[in-house]
Design a protein around this ligand. Structure first.
Ligand code: MRU
Length: 365
């Protein structure tokens, strides 16, 4: 996607041949800053601290993290250590394990001298695949938006609601939930996106809103609790969210608060779609509620907020009484029965074992 007219991806190999560039997402929307990562530890820190975040981008970062590790030491011990270090950064998005296992399976049989070059090539190819997958999700989701637009009066927008950031910042390019939105907008469809702020870290208010503004998509930021009210008043035509893991039976794990949006959508007859790249499907797991580890993040993300003062400087302030404890489960699970459909790069399917099996028979058996 473009930032001020210049094409960007969220992650790239630097021309020095020994480091990786990323957009530092902890500084957005107030500052567009990049970082250069040179070591395994810096790559792991970038994931843990959410300088890079979003399931597909975490996987891409991990692949480049393997390269950074093997550049310095291509031994079996270093390979195993890099895999374990990166895997321990965040537990919920399956894309992390998917990318790391793929790297390990590809690199372990090679002689150590060839591992760094092979790791680099694989990381680059995982990034290119991610961009292509997301473009495919866009193409698969576009007809849904066209069908809604066809039911509108001239000049009346299709109203979408999205949660968290499943945009291009959460991937290498395009985004998952945003890919159909960008394609539809570029195609001239009248759209308006309700952007959930997504407490505690506000990925909606800070990242999705920044993306929409940047691409010229009409949007409005709302507090997380507003979605149900808007749906009751006919102001949401379709909900589209991303996912950190979809199980073999179609349960959807995504940013905390997604489940409440799905409940409200069901109660109001609003279609609830999940943009699902195939690396986010975990065919080893069926029951999302019991089998997916939910990341518990620092209480400080709940008790404190960071924002921008009028003079442009950043400030972090406490919003809770100093003595009140806080809990911070970062993801929840939306049962498959509440999901209208999964938008994958191979097409749209019901969130059922049969639906997934039909599109991904090569992966699920
Ligand atoms: O904690 P985050 O910001 O990594 O969570 C991101 C989300 O929940 C996204 O919706 C999900 O990873 C899909 S990104 C295409």
């Amino acid at each position: 996607m473009k930032v001020q007219g210049k094409p960007w991806r969220t992650i790239w190999p630097e021309p020095d041949g020994e480091s990786v560039g990323i957009i530092d997402q902890t500084r957005l929307p107030h500052e567009f800053a990049t970082l250069t990562l040179r070591t395994l530890e810096e790559a792991a820190h970038a994931i843990r601290s959410m300088q890079v975040r979003g399931a597909p981008l975490i996987g891409a970062m991990a692949a480049y993290g393997m390269w950074l590790a093997l550049r310095r030491d291509p031994s079996d011990v270093a390979l195993a250590r890099a895999h374990a270090t990166l895997l321990a950064t965040r537990p919920t998005a399956i894309n992390l394990r998917w990318a790391l296992d793929r790297c390990h399976a590809h690199l372990a049989p090679l002689p150590p001298a060839g591992r760094a070059a092979a790791a680099f090539a694989l990381a680059a190819s995982i990034c290119d695949e991610d961009a292509a997958i997301n473009r495919g999700i866009g193409a698969a989701g576009l007809p849904l938006l066209r069908a809604l637009a066809a039911m509108k009066k001239t000049g009346e927008p299709v109203n979408l609601l999205t949660h968290c950031n499943a945009g291009w910042l959460a991937t290498v390019d395009w985004g998952t939930a945003t890919a159909p939105i960008y394609l539809a907008h570029d195609d001239g469809l009248e759209l308006h996106v309700w952007v959930d702020e997504t407490r505690p870290r506000n990925q909606g208010a800070s990242l999705t809103a920044w993306e929409m503004l940047n691409h010229g998509v009409p949007h409005t930021v709302i507090v997380d609790n507003a979605g149900g009210h808007l749906m009751q008043h006919g102001q949401v035509d379709l909900v589209i969210v991303g996912t950190d893991r979809v199980t073999a039976r179609g349960d959807v794990c995504n940013k905390i608060g997604t489940y409440l949006k799905a409940l409200a959508a069901r109660d109001n007859g609003v279609p609830f779609y999940v943009a699902t790249p195939s690396p986010s499907i975990d065919f080893m797991v069926r029951d999302g509620l019991r089998e997916i580890p939910i990341e518990e993040r620092a209480a400080a993300e709940v008790t404190h907020l960071t924002g921008c003062r009028e003079d442009g400087s950043l400030a972090t302030i406490r919003v809770t009484p100093a003595g009140s404890p806080a809990a911070n489960p970062a993801f929840d699970v939306t049962p498959a029965r509440l999901v209208t459909g999964l938008i994958t790069e191979r097409g749209v399917c019901p969130a059922t074992p049969a639906g997934l099996q039909k599109l991904f028979s090569d992966r699920s058996s």
